[in-house]
Design a protein. Structure first.
Length: 567
């Protein structure tokens, strides 16, 4: 009986402890009652629902604050001259469990005070004020720095360390009489002026950047340096993401054209392959610079480049039509006809690649496409160039590689080098197998396969091969058919100096040295699993840049690798 009495007393004590006056309790959820506020444009091309919609977030860390100010930049996007208007902004809040705001959030004028009542789960309340503030931009960084000496064919892009404020010009050349090209944070200014001036960077120089707000400043020291290299390939861990943008933001129409990339000097050329003039970007920053001068050239097929800063512009040629390849070494000069050939392959041609120097020794390789629903292809057309002289076309049929189709089911066959016996790489949908073709026998063999069961959702038909610091690298783009299902694109990089280790699966081959999963700028269904990948070794031999474009996820970007010895 005594035991039951003790139990009863204990339970009674717990009951009274649980029924104490709520006013004496400290609300345990106050600290996360309101954790963030978002404001989004409701008008204009950057309104909610559009690509690059302007949404601005205030993360709340102090629960006792009663006035919340959402900051909006003076311009949006910041690299444009689009002045922001915050008189009609949609407000959203992230609230803790069982917390409420009244009146309900909606479209408000953030130039004014907007008062709300925040109610906690225990019924306690307090008033808060939400408003906005348009601020002048505070960034003051150098985003791109390059020097050139046209007379001596010198062009050097600086390596920028924004933490230390040091820009390194890696070059053994005499930089005593060079011009400067530089970019800074949006709407910032810099000194000294570079217009119509030359500089001597054999000794260090300083540049100061002042932000748009006129107050924030940063000084950079620019110096020349010739570091040591490692003996082979790139330094593990040296990969650095340079930039990533939505191609729509640089004037490209989202469509189903023959998407291709090329690079000459400090320019990345981006072609939608839909008959419009390709655009060119600063390839170190992703900033749009303009459209290339097309002259009589047509980029309905592709753009590509050789190893000596020559850009080639190629039309799409059906069987019996003229395949015209134009060349230029400048994005502003008028291209001239380099090669014209009546397509006697019996199949259409849209993709061409070049290895070597077209003014010296090179190979030009055109891939013959299949015709969707009609025929497949296993053919290429090859031109060998010796001493700048173009040889006769050779139509080559591969064996043991199956057959690729047209459109997104085509491929771009890439030669490993200018030496024919080194052979070729190719991959296509839906086989999604990387083949190596022996250049002496034209017989293919499977090297790696995509075997994780989701290969149906990816297109592995964009490849590129380049040599960097004594290593030969292959990049492969896994273009996404269905990004709306979370199947985002990816880019892979393999060391193919020795083909013996190019085995196994695409995702874990012993030759795999780098993988990048791409984000998505699109929430829509895919329209064409197209895109491109290219590798661009720098002229100074210290850097290799990987450029990628996935059409369906609207993702265009760049990653840098280096071979600088850090010891």
């Amino acid at each position: 009986m005594r035991v039951y009495l003790y139990i009863f007393i204990a339970l009674l004590s717990l009951y009274f402890a649980g029924c104490q006056d709520p006013d004496t309790l400290t609300p345990t959820v106050e600290r996360n009652a309101l954790t963030s506020l978002n404001a989004t444009f409701t008008e204009g091309k950057y309104m909610e629902g559009n690509d690059n919609a302007g949404t601005f977030t205030l993360n709340i860390t102090d629960p006792s604050v009663s006035e919340y100010v959402i900051e909006v930049p003076w311009y949006y996007p910041e690299n444009t001259d689009e002045l922001t208007d915050i008189t009609r902004m949609r407000l959203r809040a992230e609230l803790g469990n069982n917390c409420t705001l009244s009146p309900g959030l909606g479209i408000v004028d953030l130039t004014k005070d907007n008062y709300y009542t925040l109610t906690y789960p225990d019924g306690s309340k307090r008033q808060i004020n939400i408003k906005g503030s348009i601020y002048k931009l505070r960034k003051c960084e150098i985003t791109y720095f390059a020097v050139s000496d046209v007379a001596n064919d010198i062009e050097v892009t600086g390596s920028i360390n924004n933490e230390t404020g040091v820009i390194t010009l890696i070059s053994p050349d005499d930089l005593s009489n060079v011009t400067v090209d530089m970019s800074v944070s949006p709407h910032a200014t810099f000194s000294p002026s570079i217009e119509d001036k030359t500089f001597d960077f054999n000794s260090a120089k300083e540049f100061t950047v002042t932000a748009h707000d006129g107050v924030t400043k940063k000084t950079y020291t620019v110096k020349k340096e010739v570091p040591d290299k490692i003996s082979y390939g790139f330094v593990e861990g040296s990969q650095t993401d340079l930039w990533a943008i939505n191609p729509v933001s640089v004037g490209l129409t989202w469509g189903s054209g023959n998407t291709t990339l090329a690079a000459i000097k400090n320019h990345l050329i981006v072609s939608a392959g839909d008959g419009t003039a390709p655009v060119y970007l600063n390839r170190m920053t992703g900033v749009l610079l303009g459209k290339i001068n097309m002259g009589s050239a047509k980029a309905t097929g592709c753009v590509t480049n050789d190893d000596n800063n020559n850009l080639l512009i190629v039309n799409e040629a059906a069987a019996g039509q003229a395949l015209n390849i134009y060349r230029t070494n400048s994005v502003t000069a008028t291209p001239t006809l380099f090669l014209s050939w009546t397509n006697t392959s019996g199949l259409p041609i849209s993709r061409v690649v070049v290895r070597g120097n077209i003014d010296g020794n090179a190979v030009v390789l055109a891939t013959c496409d299949g015709v969707s629903g009609v025929s497949s292809s296993s053919q290429v057309v090859r031109w060998d160039i010796a001493g700048g002289v173009i040889g006769a076309p050779q139509t080559i049929t591969f064996s043991n590689v199956g057959g690729w189709g047209g459109g997104t089911s085509n491929t771009r066959v890439v030669p490993l080098s200018t030496t024919k016996s080194d052979g070729y790489f190719l991959s296509y949908y839906s086989a999604n197998t990387l083949y190596h073709v022996d250049g002496s026998t034209n017989a293919g063999s499977s090297k790696i396969v995509y075997g994780d069961g989701s290969s149906w959702g990816y297109n592995l038909n964009r490849l590129d091969v380049r040599v960097f610091n004594n290593a030969r690298y292959l990049t492969m783009g896994l273009m996404s058919h269905f990004p709306q299902w979370g199947m985002n694109a990816a880019v892979y990089l393999y060391d193919v100096t020795s083909l013996s280790i190019l085995t196994g699966d695409v995702t874990n081959s012993p030759a795999l040295v780098y993988k990048k999963n791409l984000d998505s700028n699109s929430g829509s269904d895919g329209i064409s699993a197209n895109g491109d990948v290219i590798l661009v070794p720098s002229t100074n031999g210290f850097y290799m840049h990987l450029y990628y474009w996935d059409n369906n996820t609207k993702m265009l970007g760049a990653t840098s690798f280096n071979c600088i010895d850090q010891n």
